[in-house]
Design a binder for this molecule. Structure first.
Ligand SMILES: *Cc1c(COP(=O)(O)O)cnc(C)c1O
Length: 375
């Protein structure tokens, strides 16, 4: 059986975890948490980063930090993971769902422009498959209307827009280290804070609403409850695991790029243009090889393909069910039709993707896909 995902281990996770055990400091903000945060700040130039228990939690922190109140409007792509929207719904926000582009699942900036009202408090974007959204246009809208951008960069580690790291554009951005992501520790996340004015409060929100971080830096002589917050910091054991992965990012990425390029060579060479839509990487974007997906011509073709792959023990999968049509949000949505999101919901398929996928396996998967598509 070829699984859809097989989380990668570098071999150094155990050593780092053993060291945390020796340290006898297992709670958050220990040696490895600090090392992971420094790694992100140095490599990508983020002003401040905070390790969190998940990307979902980092997004919930964003909603608190931006003071989202009941009835505030937040613009969110519909073709995304539930947490991108749910984090803001928890604060009472009204979600205005934006459609995707025609040629890839990233949000259409013109859709964002059309949804901005005096009540819009945040623009949330997702770099789908680690491929950058059109940040020039999106940041121009943000500046012009003075509305902060949150980048859900869960899939976007080590990816760039015109040379600038994803996660460095928004006032806030979030990453995921769930075991399905390029760099992982089972469950984990990171909040990157690019707007300096938000750093102090972010530390407090992450520490249950207390100024404990200032206390440990010796800035105040006692700590107490100063704001709302929750428990968003992970154990240093997880940070030890994560640091091993970060130290191996170049190797992980080169293996993932090998897998992506080999799929691409098969499919691009197979003259499939009239049968499926292959992934598009805009000129301003890099490809961090988070996944290999393509878009079938209809639901029927995708179902046939998924079944044929499963019969060969190849675990391909579809992806998001657009949030504007979800059981929870459908009757709250404003009724607009989001045709591109609907098409990606029905037609997008993802192939097995992980660093240890062998060239022979990629060739076998590709042959099966191409023969089904051409039959
Ligand atoms: C994986 C993912 C998340 C959630 O990440 P967790 O760390 O599991 O909370 C959020 N948004 C997007 C776009 C994702 O791909």
């Amino acid at each position: 059986m070829i699984p859809f995902n097989k989380p990668y281990l570098t071999g150094r996770e155990q050593g780092h975890i053993a060291r945390v055990l020796d340290n006898r400091k297992f709670s958050g903000d220990g040696e490895f948490t600090k090392k992971c945060q420094l790694w992100f700040e140095e490599r990508y130039g983020f002003k401040k980063t905070l390790l969190t228990t998940s990307c979902t939690d980092a997004l919930e922190m964003c909603a608190i930090l931006l003071d989202i109140q009941a009835g505030d409007e937040v613009i969110v792509p519909s073709y995304t993971f539930v947490s991108t929207a749910n984090a803001f719904v928890l604060r009472g926000a009204v979600i205005r769902f934006a459609d995707s582009l025609a040629d890839n699942p990233n949000v259409d900036p013109e859709q964002i422009a059309a949804l901005i009202t005096p009540r819009t408090k945040a623009i949330v974007i997702v770099h789908y498959a680690g491929v950058a959204c059109d940040m020039d246009r999106i940041m121009a809208l943000s500046t012009h209307h003075n509305i902060p951008v949150v980048e859900d960069a869960a899939q976007a580690i080590e990816s760039f827009h015109n040379g600038r790291p994803l996660g460095s554009f928004g006032a806030l951005s979030t990453f995921s280290f769930h075991e399905t992501k390029n760099v992982q520790c089972g469950e984990g996340g990171l909040l990157a804070i690019n707007d300096e004015k938000l750093i102090r409060r972010a530390e407090i929100i992450r520490e249950k609403g207390t100024n404990r971080s200032s206390f440990f830096r010796g800035e105040v002589d006692k700590y107490g409850w100063t704001d709302i917050g929750s428990s968003f910091l992970p154990s240093d054991l997880l940070a030890g695991f994560l640091l091993a992965q970060l130290e191996s990012i170049d190797h992980i990425q080169s293996e993932r790029i090998r897998v992506w390029q080999r799929y691409w060579t098969h499919f691009n060479g197979a003259a499939l243009q009239h049968r499926v839509q292959l992934p598009v990487i805009p000129a301003y974007a890099t490809n961090n090889a988070h996944m290999f997906y393509f878009t079938c011509s209809d639901l029927q073709q995708r179902s046939t393909l998924l079944a044929a792959l499963k019969a060969q023990n190849i675990m391909a999968v579809f992806h998001y069910q657009s949030l504007h049509e979800s059981p929870y949000y459908a009757n709250r949505h404003d009724g607009r039709i989001l045709a591109h999101c609907d098409r990606f919901t029905d037609c997008l398929i993802r192939l097995p993707f992980f660093p240890e996928l062998t060239n022979e396996q990629i060739d076998e998967i590709s042959r099966t896909v191409i023969s089904v598509l051409k039959s």
